[in-house]
Ligand binder design. Structure first.
Ligand code: SF4
Ligand code: SF4
Length: 111
């Protein structure tokens, strides 16, 4: 029968084994997520964009800028009509802008 003195080191060894296994799992998960992000780039569907600027506010990577676009209809009279545009190189594919867009104008594309 196992004595209490023998149990301590065995328990310690088991804790180390479980810790190592969990660290490996977390490392693999982190690397796969990073890889997925870097493979994607955001894209704005111009027709759905209302120029609200939400996306550029949440983007930490300065990968979105707004540009002026004349309205298609001459009946509407507004000073400036804006649309968002993704700058490909700084975009990390984090998808924050997709979550922030109220009109679902942003989609993620493969790089
Ligand atoms: S996916 Fe991320 S980095 Fe790319 S434009 Fe959107 S918020 Fe910016
Ligand atoms: S959040 Fe959506 S609707 Fe607003 S400016 Fe960005 S792309 Fe256009």
């Amino acid at each position: 029968m196992t004595s209490v003195d023998e149990l301590g080191p065995r328990r310690k060894a088991e804790q180390v084994r479980i810790r190592k296994a969990l660290d490996e799992l977390h490392k693999d998960r982190k690397e796969s997520l990073k890889g997925e992000e870097e493979k994607a780039v955001a894209f704005v569907k111009e027709g759905l964009c209302i120029g609200c600027d939400h996306c550029s506010i949440v983007c930490d990577d300065d990968a979105i800028e707004l540009y002026a676009k004349p309205l298609a209809s001459p009946v509407m009279d507004v000073d400036v009509n804006k649309k968002a545009k993704i700058i490909r190189d700084p975009c990390t594919g984090c998808r924050l802008c997709v979550l922030a867009c109220p009109t679902d104008a942003i989609v993620m594309l493969d790089r």
